[in-house]
Design a protein around this ligand. Sequence first.
Ligand code: NAI
Ligand code: MG
Length: 494
Amino acid sequence: MRQVAGKSKADRYQVYVDGKWVDGASQKTFPVYDPSTEEVIAEVPDCDAKDVDRAVTAASAAFETGGWPQTTAQERGRILFRLAEKVRQNAAMLAELESRNCGKPIVEAEFDIADVATCFEYYGGLATKVMGHVNPVPDNALSLSLREPMGVAGQIIPWNYPLLMAAWKLAPALAAGCTCVLKPAEQTPLTALQLANWFEEVGLSHGVVNVITGFGESAGAPLVRHPKVNKIAFTGSAAVGKEIQKAAAETLKRVSLELGGKSPNIFFADADFEAAIDGALFGVFINQGEVCSAGSRILVEKKIYKRFLDGMTEKAKKIKLGPPLERETKMGPLVSKEQYERVRSYQELGKKEAKLAAGGGRAAKFKNGYYVEPTIFYDVENSARIAREEIFGPVAAVIPFENEADAIRIANDTPYGLAAAVWSRDIFKALRAVKAIRAGIVWVNHMQPTYVEAPWGGYKQSGFGRELGPWGIEEYLETKQVHINLNEQPIGWY
Ligand code: NAI
Ligand code: MG
């Protein structure tokens, strides 16, 4: 990213549009913070509709006349491999920048960055495996279906896995032959800008990928409305997902939405007890609970309820909170003041709605930074707001259940359907649960492992469309029917 000497200590960034580093049209910038110190670490352009139009015009030209869709799949694959290599070579720097900007523990950021490289590699390989079909039509004809790139993709991503979400969006789009305008979350734009530094060097020509920074209303919404954008891929809140679907209807864009969840993590009495306790904590507290698939509803069979709750509570109290860049840290601060206040308000609400076993407030030992305690509420009614609304922070709602049918009923009693997990040593019971749960992802005796090879996305109000695996590239492909008449005679109708 080209940095211009700023007035303050903070780095001043530009945005990447049409292969050039430029200021925003309005020249305005906004601050980006380190959530562990609350200090400003960067200033980035506050892009508006004008910048969006510039970026989309560039992406559209790259698609229509710039030759990107005509590059061979092999060439696009090689570009993605080179980008993966750049990420691997610079992994330490990227992980540090990510950790500093969004507050996640450095060790987790290192895993994320490795996954970023793997995602580019996976789609680099998949680029050459996109195939059409011969359709068996009952005539003397050759009927084909061809797969073609959808066009310009507008990609709007959140702040919890900043560069990984960028990779999940960019990699399949580029493999398919689409061009992109990426808008990172306003809280965490730095690693995506860093990535753009390498676009030209790896062989992405001007306009193929544009990265603009800005807020949802002023930069995200114009991207969704722009007539030259053919597809919107969004990860974020259900509220914004609904707005996007409405706005995209004006120009009938393809839309894929990966929204939040209130995912059940179900523990039967016959589960391996120690593994279960660990799985319950990992499911809801990893990444400070800022995870769309967080196992935020912990359903526990009554037979083990008390012992399970005590075990969880004891371990939760020992989770090491600390500055994100320290390697022993297991939980850093929340991403922003806004998110901190949101989570704090749910902690207070929980105290009215249920009983408190652990945490419940700000982590007092930190003077600055958006630190909250890992929090466990128990005896939570599934109708309580803390059991129904996505909190997106380290707040668990523990809910007792009677038996298998009860567990499934509670698990499915939610407007969401992103993920779920079930813990049991009884394979029949576990598999019955797998089939009965209405969610896009179900883990058995684990929670959260995510692989680029496997589909990711939700049922119900957790959105639609699937990312990752071969499903991910489908979201960027059109299907064209081609009919080739093999009769040399006229149709002979008139
Ligand atoms: P958000 O949904 O407002 O933001 C996500 C992205 O959408 C950002 O890039 C933002 O700039 C953009 N955006 C916002 N409004 C837009 C609009 N009208 N048109 C186009 N783009 C728009 O999420 P926010 O406000 O940061 O977090 C609020 C809650 O959303 C969280 O507490 C959490 O519950 C949920 N969330 C869920 C995520 C997930 O992975 N499913 C990720 C982030 C937030
Ligand atoms: Mg918002």
